[in-house]
Design a protein around this ligand. Structure first.
Ligand code: PLP
Ligand code: COI
Length: 353
C-alpha cells in the first residue's frame, strides 16, 4: 500500500468545452514516484501538473529506456467512476519492464496510483458520448550517464487527458496501409512491449501512409513479410467466412487488453474464433471470394475501429459498404456498455475508482 502525499494546485485550469480531440489537453494534477537502486520505489505523490526537470544526460533521452501504458476512466451512467481491467495494464507494465530492465512496480501499488490520480481529477472525466479520461502511466530512466547501461534511477509518472475518439472519423471505417517495406518488430525484439522505440520505428511508414490518404499502418512480420501482425495503435481482427480471426501472440505484437476482451466476448457469444498466422495472400483471396466480411481494429484509444479499405502494393481491398459492420457494432456497443456501467459486467472487468 502506497502512502501517497497529495499537493493540490492553487490555480485549477478551466475545463475544456467542445470537441476534445485526442491527447492534447491535460488535467490539473499528475502522479509521480521515484526509484533509486538499492532503495526501491519511493516518495509516491500527487502534485500539480507541471514540466519535468531532468538532466540533458538522463538516459531516457539517449538510449530510450522507457515504457508507457494506456487505459481510460469513464463516468458511469450511475455517476460512479470506472476503470476497465487496470490489473491487466499493471501486468503488462511489468512484462514490458522485464524486457527493458526497468524495475517492476507492484501491481496493487500501480492500480492504487491510477485510482488515486483519477480520484483527485475526477471532475475532468468528460461525459459526452464517446469521450473518456485517457490515462497515460509511463516510466523513464533518469540517471545522468552516457554509457549504455541500465539506469540506477527512474521516475514513474501518470498524466491524464480528457479525450474523444482517437480517429477523427469516429466510427466511420478507416483506410489502412499494409506496409511492404519497413518492419516494426521481430520476435526476440521489443514488439510485445509497450515502449517508445516501437512507435519511433513506425513513423516513417505512417508518414508514407498518411501522404497516400490512409489513417494507419498495418505491419507484416519482420522475417518473411508475409503474415499480418498489428496496426500502429491497435490489434487487428478479420471476420472471414463466419469466423473471427486475429493474429496469434507471437512475441512481436502487443498483447492488447481490448483484443483479449473481444476474444472472450466472441467466444461467449458462440462465435468461432481463431488466433493464428494470417497471410496477406489469404486476405486477398478471401476478399476475391467475397468471404472477407468485416475488418476492425481494437485498442484502448481506438476502442473498436472498423476498417473499410486495406491497401497492399497494387491491391486495394474494399470491405463492406462504407459503414461499420454488424459484429464491429455489437462489439463496440458491448465493450463501451460494460465500460460505462450500462451492461452487466459478466467477466468482472469494471473497477470502481
Ligand atoms: N497494438 C499497439 C501497437 C498499441 O499501441 C495498442 C494500444 O494500446 C494496442 C495494440 C491495443 O492494446 P490495448 O487494447 O491494450 O489498448
Ligand atoms: C492506447 O490505445 O492506449 C495506446 O497506447 C495507443 C497510443 C499509441 C495512442
Amino acid at each position: 500500500m502506497l502512502d501517497i502525499k497529495i499537493t493540490k494546485t492553487t490555480a485549477p485550469k478551466e475545463k475544456p468545452k467542445g470537441n476534445l480531440g485526442f491527447g492534447r489537453i491535460f488535467t490539473d494534477h499528475m502522479f509521480v514516484m521515484d526509484y533509486t537502486q538499492g532503495v526501491g520505489w519511493h516518495d509516491p505523490r500527487i502534485v500539480p501538473y507541471q514540466d519535468l526537470t531532468l538532466s540533458p544526460a538522463a538516459m531516457v533521452f539517449h538510449y530510450g529506456q522507457e515504457m508507457f501504458e494506456g487505459l481510460k476512466a469513464y463516468k458511469g451512467d450511475d455517476g460512479a467512476n470506472y476503470l476497465f481491467r487496470p490489473d491487466m495494464n499493471a501486468k503488462r507494465t511489468n512484462d514490458t519492464n522485464d524486457r527493458l530492465c526497468i524495475p517492476r512496480v507492484p501491481e496493487e501499488d500501480y492500480v492504487q496510483a491510477v485510482k488515486a490520480i483519477v480520484s483527485v481529477d475526477q471532475d475532468w472525466i468528460p461525459t459526452a458520448p464517446g469521450t473518456s479520461l485517457y490515462i497515460r502511466p509511463f516510466i523513464i530512466a533518469t540517471e545522468p550517464f552516457l554509457g549504455v547501461d541500465v539506469s540506477q534511477t527512474f521516475q514513474f509518472i501518470i498524466i491524464l487527458s480528457p479525450s474523444g475518439a482517437y480517429y477523427e472519423s469516429g466510427l466511420e471505417p478507416v483506410g489502412i496501409w499494409i506496409e511492404d517495406d519497413y518492419v516494426r518488430a521481430v520476435r526476440g525484439g521489443m514488439g510485445f512491449a509497450k515502449t517508445g522505440g516501437n512507435y519511433a520505428a513506425s513513423l516513417a511508414a505512417q508518414v508514407k501512409a498518411h501522404d497516400d490518404g490512409y489513417s494507419q499502418v498495418l505491419w507484416l512480420d519482420g522475417v518473411e513479410r508475409k503474415y499480418i501482425e498489428e496496426v500502429g495503435a491497435m490489434n487487428i481482427f478479420f471476420k472471414i467466412d463466419g469466423k473471427v480471426v486475429t493474429p496469434m501472440l507471437n512475441g512481436s505484437i502487443l498483447p492488447g487488453i481490448t483484443r483479449n476482451s473481444v476474444l472472450q466476448l466472441c467466444r461467449d457469444w458462440g462465435l468461432p474464433t481463431e488466433e493464428r498466422k494470417i497471410s496477406v495472400e489469404e486476405l486477398i483471396q478471401a476478399q476475391k471470394e467475397g468471404k472477407l466480411e468485416e475488418v476492425f481494429g481494437t485498442g484502448t484509444a481506438a476502442v473498436i475501429s472498423p476498417v473499410g479499405k486495406l491497401r497492399y502494393k497494387d491491391d486495394v481491398m474494399v470491405i463492406g459498404n462504407g459503414e461499420i459492420g454488424p459484429l464491429s457494432q455489437k462489439l463496440y456497443d458491448t465493450v463501451t456498455g460494460i465500460q460505462l456501467g450500462r451492461l452487466e459486467d459478466k467477466f468482472g472487468w469494471r473497477v470502481r475508482v
